[in-house]
Design a protein around this ligand. Structure first.
Ligand code: SF4
Length: 367
């Protein structure tokens, strides 16, 4: 199916799903099934399913230990540049926001890598804003080559690229990409992406497909919770990941569940996704695709992240700086958002062990 056809089919399926009409019996049917359908995901996201959180949590925990054991992979993001040509209404890096902009030199990237590796981490997520003039593919490829020499696993959260550019970054040593559609509602997408190349919904939607076609091992999906009607966005996100998994059965698919956060020069954040809803979203995704990874970032509080160990999370960030650089002390550029969990790798590892799980620094060996 063409990409345009897939977008159309996905949007029609989400528009046709009536979350309010889901009955308790329909939720129970979804919970009883071993292999769940996309419609089951809708049922598990419905208001009716909120009464079944205990059952969902027990099933999610069993499913997670079946596919992942009691392992929690720790990783950290490394922002190497915060220049951006987009005007995303929800992000501190947007072009109109007056912040300290910066880009790390290759020497600074190496120094950051050394400092991060000293904490024991082996899985790193490289991030940039979208500015091909300041952080082009050649610069990102050089950064990946440096990180590859320090870490077992390198992920990318950068702007969408063409397949050939993804192939170049994969060859440099990148393993997986993280691309969030933010919202799957095309009208809202157009509204919150006020200007810049990110206005192109289809280009972003097709990024996972192009990266996997270029040889990437994995791809992570997410929508920015609180931006639009979250049930619709999470259902669409699940369907998107499902379709990509069908096309690339070997791909390691992951989900992330970021909620809106305040950012520099903006402190008010309207969020209608509270912790109970976030919990339901995590459980529903876990039960829908129990083999998929599930990341929880430092947007969430230590209390919620510690509690989430029992709820299907497989990846946690630790020792996080959300500004440019900062792993050796002062950040060179301002942060993208204000984090809520500033604990070190050692502190988070200790909590994981105390609760009966195992902190893991990488779960993949390149041969
Ligand atoms: S969300 Fe990404 S593309 Fe949008 S302003 Fe922030 S860094 Fe730039």
């Amino acid at each position: 199916m063409s990409q345009a056809g897939l977008i159309q089919r996905l949007q029609a399926a989400v528009a046709a799903f009536d979350f309010q009409a889901v009955s308790p019996r329909r939720v129970e049917a979804a919970l009883a099934r071993e292999h769940r359908t996309p419609e089951d995901l809708g049922a598990l996201l419905s208001p009716a399913a909120a009464a079944y959180l205990e059952v969902m949590a027990a099933q999610a925990q069993a499913a997670t230990s079946r596919f992942f054991g009691r392992n929690i992979v720790l990783y950290t993001p490394l922002y190497i540049a915060n220049h951006c040509v987009n005007e995303c209404a929800y992000c501190g890096y947007n072009l109109r926001n007056r912040i300290r902009r910066a880009k790390l030199t290759l020497e600074e990237i190496e120094a950051e890598a050394r400092a991060i590796a000293a904490t024991g981490l082996q899985d790193i997520l490289l991030l940039t804003g979208e500015s091909p003039a300041k952080a082009d593919v050649a610069y990102i490829a050089s950064a990946v080559e440096i990180l590859r020499s320090w870490f077992a696993c390198v992920g990318l959260e950068i702007y969408p690229l063409a397949t050939a550019d993804y192939a170049r970054l994969h060859q440099a040593g990148a393993d997986y990409i993280s691309v969030y559609q933010e919202t799957y509602d095309p009208a809202l997408y157009d509204h919150v992406h006020r200007a810049g190349p990110k206005k192109d919904y289809a280009r972003r939607f097709g990024a996972h497909d192009r990266a996997l076609a270029a040889g990437f091992r994995g791809a992570s999906f997410g929508s920015l919770l609180g931006l639009g009607p979250f049930r619709r966005d999470v259902l669409a996100c699940g369907l998107h990941a499902w379709a990509v998994q069908e096309k690339y059965p070997q791909a390691e698919i992951g989900f992330s569940v970021p909620r809106l956060r305040p950012f520099p020069n903006q402190t008010q954040t309207e969020v209608d996704v509270h912790e109970t809803e976030l919990l339901q979203i995590m459980l529903a995704l876990r039960l829908f695709m129990p083999w998929a990874g599930l990341s929880l970032s430092t947007r969430e509080s230590p209390r919620f992240r510690d509690h989430a160990l029992r709820l299907g999370v497989t990846r946690l960030s630790a020792g996080v700086c959300t500004g440019v650089g900062g792993h050796q002390g002062r950040e060179k550029g301002d942060p993208q958002f204000h984090k809520d969990d500033g604990r070190s790798v050692a502190e988070i590892s200790q909590v994981i062990r105390e609760r009966g799980w195992q902190p893991v620094f990488h779960d993949h060996v390149r041969v």
